[in-house]
Design a binder for this molecule. Structure first.
Ligand code: FVH
Length: 271
């Protein structure tokens, strides 16, 4: 008889994120096998019905869909290398954070072993896994993604970016970079007003968040200008040379570094 139930899934890596991923599969009724270097981290999942594999090779052999989410790509390869004999014919979905170059090299490595490879970038935190707020970027084997999209959709809102395995990491890191740029600016702003004993919370709630929200609304217009190749854009006009110089001078005078605006100054100097 053909088994039409939920696809068996293996999750390798049970840190904060791996635990959330495995829980989403378990909650949806997928037979779920788990493995983690520190075996005790599997205990809560085993209590919910997961099967604990004793070795990585056993974990890989247990399912057609293998999801791996560990610290970095070095760990991915150190774990899966010795289990290479079990990989042919399986789909490996690697949700570990890494560079675009590491993703491409991993796709090549998996192809040489006869496995289908999908790379992923998780734009979410563990508590939002399993909700639409969790956006997960994928790229690599379209066939593998399509075959397992129903299971992967349990983790959040899936977005397949193309067959180049590097694309998910590229987009993930670009988005994280934008976020870190915002954090850098916010920390700098809080430090500047903090020199005059203004509370960070009061400043953030009343002024910083509303200001940044109103500026986010400008981004689609800047993007249109980039796409159209406009030589002098509204974005560049918004970056005022005088204001930039004043930010740096005031920050320095108040004893705060404002290095984060240096790239903007370079843009302005070229217009
Ligand atoms: N947590 C988050 O909010 C972010 C959201 C966006 C995506 N990241 C990336 O997801 C990967 C895993 O992150 P995590 O939050 O699960 O991280 P930890 O809780 O620190 O768990 C790390 C797991 O990796 C295992 N591990 C580390 N080194 C090795 C190794 N050499 N060999 C085998 N396993 C290794 C570790 O095992 P253990 O310490 O429990 O034995 C955990 O399972 C990551 O790429 C984030 O950037 C999360």
């Amino acid at each position: 008889m053909v088994n039409t139930g939920p696809t068996p899934v293996t999750v390798i890596g049970l840190g904060a994120m791996g635990q959330a991923l495995a829980t989403a599969f378990l909650d949806a009724g997928h037979p779920t096998t788990v493995w983690n270097r520190t075996a005790a981290k599997a205990d809560p999942l085993v209590a919910k019905g997961a099967v604990r594999a004793e070795t990585v090779a056993e974990a890989v052999a247990a399912a057609p869909l293998i999801v791996v989410c560990v610290l970095d790509y070095a760990a991915v390869h150190a774990l899966l290398g010795p289990a290479a004999d079990e990989l042919p014919g399986r789909v490996l979905v690697n949700l570990t954070n890494g560079t675009a170059q590491e993703a491409r090299a991993s796709a090549q490595w998996a192809a040489e072993l006869g496995a289908e490879y999908v790379d992923g970038g998780i734009m979410a935190i563990p508590p939002t896994i399993g909700t639409p707020d969790s956006v997960i970027l994928y790229s690599g084997s379209q066939q593998a993604f399509d075959t397992h999209s129903k299971a992967l959709d349990l983790l959040g809102t899936s977005k397949f970016l193309g067959t180049d395995a590097a694309l998910a990491s590229l987009h993930d890191l670009a988005l994280l970079g934008a976020m870190y740029g915002m954090f850098a600016g916010a920390y700098n702003a809080i430090a500047m007003v903090g020199t005059e004993k203004v509370a960070a919370t009061e400043f953030t709630d009343e002024l910083l968040v509303p200001w940044l929200n109103s500026m986010v609304a400008v981004l689609p217009m800047l993007a249109e200008e980039v796409d159209s190749g406009a030589e002098v854009s509204e974005g560049r006009r918004l970056v005022e040379r005088v204001a930039l110089t004043n930010i740096i001078d005031t920050a320095k005078a108040q004893g705060v570094a404002a290095n984060f605006v240096n790239p903007l100054q370079a843009i302005k100097d070229n217009t």
